[in-house]
Design a binder for this molecule. Structure first.
Ligand code: TMP
Length: 259
């Protein structure tokens, strides 16, 4: 497969064309941003870890029938993915209240929600990804009623699966963000899971200590982001126990070929 020109550059990833019009390459950068790009940094090794963790989660999701864009991981920073038309909505799923919802609604941090809560944000950096209602999605044709219903069903299955997967390795899945895209299958649009699922897009707390193992380490200046992401990867069985946590070692480890 030949890598072609850059099609799109986001805050944490770059998309490149390939010689197959249906496939693109997703490159994971080391850039970290928060608060709609107001806080920025580069954290060596982050992209490598997110590539591996996201590959692991998306391939597990395909095994339970959740269709997604991942075709294969190419190397330590790149994946081949299906080209989709991204639905311009960030779907936020919350199991425990923390982050923006606590400030917005005055909910106590750590409140366990009776049921998973799905929130919608318009994917628009210039507007700061504003929170919207399902009615806005329909009013402005960002997605159809049928697509939203399908996405909601997928989200609840993804959430159940991921809660179990993380619980099994001593991690609480607090909340996360998903994106979906449209794929043409036999002339018809099908909605599939897209983007990435990683500690950049989830809140993950150690089950016993509540230690933060996600991008809040960057957002809240807690430090040690690479050791935290490495811990997540190790617990999921992606990296081996003997590996050290420095970015350099992460880089070395990640060049080891997949089984
Ligand atoms: P929030 O509490 O800041 O609204 O974030 C909720 C979840 O969504 C959290 O796991 C972080 C994730 N998220 C992203 O992945 N990208 C974003 O742009 C935002 C705002 C949140």
């Amino acid at each position: 497969m030949k890598k072609g020109k850059k099609l799109y550059e986001g805050k944490a990833k770059i998309i490149y064309a390939t010689n197959d019009k249906n496939l693109v390459i997703q490159y994971f950068k080391d850039d970290a941003t928060a608060f709609n790009n107001q806080k920025k940094s580069t954290i060596e090794g982050k992209g490598v870890l997110n590539n591996r963790i996201s590959e692991h989660i998306l391939s597990n999701l395909s095994q339970i029938g959740i269709k997604n864009h991942l075709v294969t991981r190419l190397n330590m920073r790149e994946q081949v993915i299906k080209l989709v038309e991204i639905i311009p909505i960030e779907f936020i799923v919350r199991n425990i209240a923390t982050g923006s919802i606590t400030k917005r609604l005055g909910i106590e941090d750590g409140t366990v929600l009776k049921e998973p809560l799905i929130e919608y944000c318009l994917k628009d950096d210039k507007l700061g990804d504003p929170l919207i209602a399902e009615e806005h999605i329909l009013a402005f044709d960002w997605a159809s009623k049928k697509e939203i219903e399908k996405v909601k069903k997928m989200i609840l299955r993804i959430n159940d699966f991921m809660i179990g997967m993380f619980r099994g390795v001593g991690i609480k899945l607090i909340d996360f963000k998903l994106e979906f895209g449209r794929l043409k299958v036999n002339g018809k649009d099908e909605v599939i899971l897209a983007d990435e699922i990683s500690p950049d897009t989830c809140r993950l707390w150690d089950s016993i200590t509540d230690k933060k193992l996600d991008k809040d380490r960057f957002r809240k200046n807690l430090g040690d982001l690479i050791p935290a992401y490495t811990e997540v990867a190790k617990r999921l069985g992606i990296l081996h126990e003997q590996s050290n946590v420095s970015a350099v070692n992460v880089t070395k480890l990640s060049s080891v070929k997949r089984k």
